[in-house]
Design a protein around this ligand. Structure first.
Ligand SMILES: C[S@@+](CC[C@H](N)C(=O)[O-])C[C@H]1O[C@@H](n2cnc3c(N)ncnc32)[C@H](O)[C@@H]1O
Length: 427
């Protein structure tokens, strides 16, 4: 297959394509709290809307304030769109970012490449026209068969490129597919509807689709150039589980992370369309959904004899004893599974961190019905049980949460939930 890649600088000399508007280009300000403002653009936060990301300026300020040696290594075992790895890189600190969601890792790699002065774009002329439609294409939930052919031609071509040459084009495809399927989104940001009948399927001409992807690539290349900072430290991104980190013992100086919360956010469901583009059909293959922490699926074989601290134990007792339907069944099992993943992640963080190293956790409390899920306190207690000492715990009020978007959950009286930054030090 013929490959034609171009760089943003070469492309600038060519005429622009008319008539296609790129997605919203927010130009907001960042504040120094972990909560990422919705219009945030610092640290390329606007290149792709990753759910529950924290603010880049805040992460960078925190890492800068630690007085870490130049040889230090920073870890984020739930790295998402890569705010920690980017902030570390810009602070001249080596870093490792782990996430099980391949969509997150593509976005994280694009943001890390923001130091380049020549971002690589992929031109439509490079894309072969020889691909046959897939028989059971997961994107067929939104696109008609003829439109699917061109999307798959792009996907197939990108899968042949070296990893650092395809991130920008992949994120441009993510953005294009999001823009085209916007009418399938509801008020819950993590759920997307599927077409119920063929007339609802999106039909887009090949040339128009190509033009949209190109406009998105130009937007991303411009943003990358605007955000360029000299590279000063390496960052590695890996697709792996927080419960089995591919990281050596006692090798990490500082961990900055935000685990999934106990709010029934299913990260695989939230990125169904992007995963479909990558060939992962979460409606047929449940393995990715099941692997992610906080999933609403119950895996077989989750331990029911977990050894937990008193706060986590009393949460489980409150959930099991709640009078509402399925509390002692499904919801208890889901909470146990969540706590098993959280504590396994904390054990792994403990294994890989040097004595004297730091752990910064951004966590949000939530509610199960009227039961307060004190996640910050649970994280502190479980970390202390693994040999950490609390240094600081700073709460921030959170106004809009997924609970407040869920009508059934509003029936229970609750006080304001807090997001907390917990800092611990390994003994
Ligand atoms: C709250 S988000 C992190 C957001 C990140 N701080 C940012 O700025 O984009 C939590 C992340 O954990 C990932 N995750 C969930 N379960 C995981 C697991 N078992 N192993 C590794 N990553 C996991 C999700 O895919 C998601 O990206």
């Amino acid at each position: 297959m013929k490959k034609i890649a171009t760089t943003a600088r070469q492309r600038a000399a060519q005429p622009k394509l008319p008539g296609v508007s790129p997605l919203d280009r927010g130009r907001g300000r960042s504040s120094l709290t972990p909560k990422r403002p919705s219009e945030d653009t610092s640290g390329l936060a606007d290149v792709f809307p990753y759910y529950a990301g924290f603010a880049y300026d805040w992460a960078r300020t925190l890492l800068a304030s630690q007085g870490l040696p130049r040889t230090a290594v920073v870890l984020d075992p739930w790295n998402g769109s890569g705010t920690t790895t980017l902030a570390a890189q810009h602070e001249g600190l080596r870093s490792v970012g782990i996430d099980r969601n391949p969509v997150a890792n593509i976005v994280a790699r694009l943001r890390l490449n923001s130091f380049t002065d020549d971002p690589i774009m992929v031109l439509p002329d490079a894309i072969s026209r020889e691909i046959e439609p897939l028989e059971e294409d997961p994107l067929a939930a939104w696109f008609c068969p003829t439109s699917l052919v061109r999307i798959r031609e792009w996907g197939c071509h990108l899968s042949t490129l070296p990893i650092d040459e395809c991130n920008l084009a992949y994120v441009a495809l993510f953005r294009t597919i999001r823009a085209l399927t916007r009418s399938f989104e509801g008020s819950n940001p993590t759920w997307v509807k599927r077409a119920k009948e063929p007339s609802e399927l999106i039909s887009i001409e090949r040339a128009k689709f190509d033009a949209m992807v190109l406009v998105e690539q130009e937007f991303l290349a411009t943003r990358v150039l605007e955000s360029a900072e000299a590279p000063s430290a390496s960052a590695q991104i890996a697709t792996a589980l927080s419960g089995a980190l591919p990281v050596a013992n006692n090798s990490i100086d500082s961990v900055l992370t935000s685990p999934p919360y106990l709010t029934r956010i299913d990260y695989a469901v939230a990125y169904t369309r992007e995963l479909a583009l990558l060939g992962v059909d979460i409606s047929r293959d449940r393995s990715l959904r099941a692997a992610l922490m906080g999933t609403t699926l119950i895996r077989s074989g989750t331990a029911s004899d977990l050894s937990l601290g008193s706060i986590a134990d009393s949460l489980l007792a409150d959930i099991s004893g709640h009078s509402s339907k399925a509390s002692s069944g499904y919801y208890r099992k889901q909470a146990i599974q969540y706590l098993a993943d959280l504590t396994q992640g904390l054990s792994e963080i403990t294994r890989v961190t040097k004595p004297g190293g730091f752990l910064h956790l951004v966590v949000q409390d939530s509610y199960y019905k009227d039961v307060h899920v004190r996640l910050a306190n649970i994280c502190v207690e479980e970390s202390e049980l693994r040999g950490w000492s609390l240094v600081n715990s700073e709460p921030y009020a959170v106004r809009r949460t997924l609970t407040s978007l869920n009508k059934a959950a509003r029936n229970y009286k609750k006080s304001e939930v807090a997001e907390t930054v917990v800092t611990l030090r390994k003994n």
